[in-house]
Write a protein that binds this ligand. Structure first.
Ligand code: BG6
Length: 472
């Protein structure tokens, strides 16, 4: 485990590593879709070194849990290496019981006796975060522990503050890891390197050169079987407050002064603090036709499945650069990208027909097939200007990346805080978006397979329109 960076030397790092992983909710959906696969891949890399205790309400045996793990890994498309799986299975034990009652914690206390630094990973509905941490605290299991909590972290500013206060009754901030799987995505981590290790990029990354920023998270599938969950949440809470705001903070922050997790998180929190609260007049909410027919969705639901909004950053680097975010389900494509549109050149009077050319653009594609692209201008054989791409696909150049959850488990076990949200930054993201929750603009219908309601285009006014994302 070498990713921890809040401690300098290897020996000190080992002392930071968790020596047992306790997963609450190990029989749930996230474990089935992500967790077992991530742990299996870590096992295959030789990066997993501790026992794993699963805790959940299901009355099953450890053998049944192992079977479920095998099925989940196979269903994820991972090639099954039996020796690797046997090593992983050998780490697993299981405790069943009601996680809000004391008996589970008595059993857990006994199970954890040989260990010193547990990582409690909470893959449970958010309403259980507080009760579980209370029980762990009362059982005196938290002294040297870390606790990772899955999203969503609150459903508005007040509830996020309340949850932070509740966790802090038993935990110091450096014991809490707020999970946002986007922070485990390779291209999101790349941002820091691309921005600050390349003068050619660093020099244009500000208001002198950038005229506006567009961030798109488009999904070409609907809410499907998640109606009950999604209808109480909507696009703003589901992916903007967490994933896109975290990405934006990394796009816009100043360079951290050292490799420590706290430096990076200071810089992210600082730039979020410089963002005025969003204005509902600069936000468009959409709902795709057919959404209300989904199981679990209210017949008169006004939950948004699409949202587009404008934000700004009131600091020396970004003042005057509008930032547009859009995210939606049932859109044309599945693509997540960050696009910086640079300023226009003066008219090119040396061309046979002098022209104002399209501004350069810089694109970081997060999904699918992560990569980086600069859109340049060149002259073609007819002596007219053309846009040409200068691009790289990370998978080809940099090798196969870790999956986000692999990276997050590794970081959580090693106490690397860089990949997790900090209290202040998360509260800032809620503060920025709160006006859109308090005073939401009306929801407008859009056709599945489109780019959302037409009003999302009007949001950009005279600025360059939403750019067609960089597709494969
Ligand atoms: C989740 C949201 O957090 O992120 C989902 O709840 C969304 O609605 C998903 O589809 C997108 O993540 P990824 O990694 O699949 O792009």
């Amino acid at each position: 485990m070498s990713q921890g960076v809040d401690v300098a030397a290897g020996g000190a790092q080992q002392e930071q590593d968790s020596d047992v992983l306790v997963i609450f909710g190990i029989t749930g959906d996230l474990a089935k879709k992500m967790t077992f696969r991530a742990l299996y891949r870590l096992e295959r890399r030789g990066e997993l070194h501790c026992p794993i205790v699963g805790v959940a309400g299901d009355d099953i045996t450890v053998d049944q849990l192992v079977d479920r793990a095998r099925q989940a890994i196979t269903a994820s498309g991972e090639a099954m290496d039996d020796a690797v799986f046997q090593r992983l299975a050998g780490r697993l034990t299981y405790l069943s019981g009601n996680v809000t009652d004391a008996p589970v914690y008595e059993a857990l206390t006994a199970a954890l006796r040989p260990y010193h630094r547990p990582l409690f990973y909470l893959e449970v509905p958010p309403a259980l975060f507080g009760p579980i941490v209370d029980q762990l605290g009362e059982a005196s299991l938290l002294d040297a522990a870390r606790v990772a909590v899955e999203k969503p972290f609150g459903h508005d500013l007040a509830s996020a503050r309340e949850l932070n206060a509740r966790l802090h009754r038993h935990l110091r901030e450096d014991q809490i890891l707020r999970v946002d799987h986007f922070l485990g995505k390779e291209p999101v981590i790349e941002l820091e390197y691309l921005r600050f290790a390349n003068v050619a990029i660093a020099q244009v990354w500000d208001r002198q050169s950038v005229s506006c920023i567009q961030i798109t998270m488009a999904e070409n599938f609907g809410v499907e079987d998640r109606g009950r969950f999604y209808d109480g949440v909507g696009a703003l809470r589901d992916v903007v407050q967490n994933h896109l705001m975290q990405v934006l903070a990394l796009v816009a922050m100043e360079p951290p002064a050292s490799a420590s997790g706290s430096e990076l998180r200071d810089k992210k929190a600082e730039v979020l603090r410089a963002m005025p609260a969003a204005n509902p007049a600069h936000c468009v909410r959409g709902q795709y036709r057919g959404y209300r027919d989904i199981d679990g969705v209210a017949a008169d639901s006004t939950t948004e499945t699409f949202v587009a909004l404008e934000l700004e950053i009131d600091n020396w680097r970004w003042s005057g650069v509008p930032i547009f975010l859009r995210a939606g389900k049932s859109l044309t494509e599945r693509v997540t990208e960050v696009r910086l549109i640079l300023r226009s050149t003066p008219r090119l009077s040396f061309l046979p027909t002098p022209a104002q050319v399209e501004p350069n653009q810089i694109v970081l594609r997060i999904d699918p097939n992560p990569g980086f692209r600069m859109q340049l201008i060149a002259r073609d054989e007819d002596e007219t200007w053309r846009t040409i791409p200068l691009q790289t696909v990370f998978g080809t150049e940099l090798g196969e990346p870790m999956e986000p959850y692999e990276r997050l488990f590794l970081a959580a076990l090693g106490g690397d805080h860089r990949l997790f949200g900090r209290e202040d930054a998360i509260e800032e993201t809620w503060r920025i978006l709160q006006p859109l929750l308090t005073d939401p603009p009306p929801v407008q219908e859009y056709d599945p397979g489109s780019w959302g309601p037409a009003a999302a285009d009007d949001l950009l006014g005279d600025l360059p329109p939403w750019h067609q994302p960089w597709l494969n």
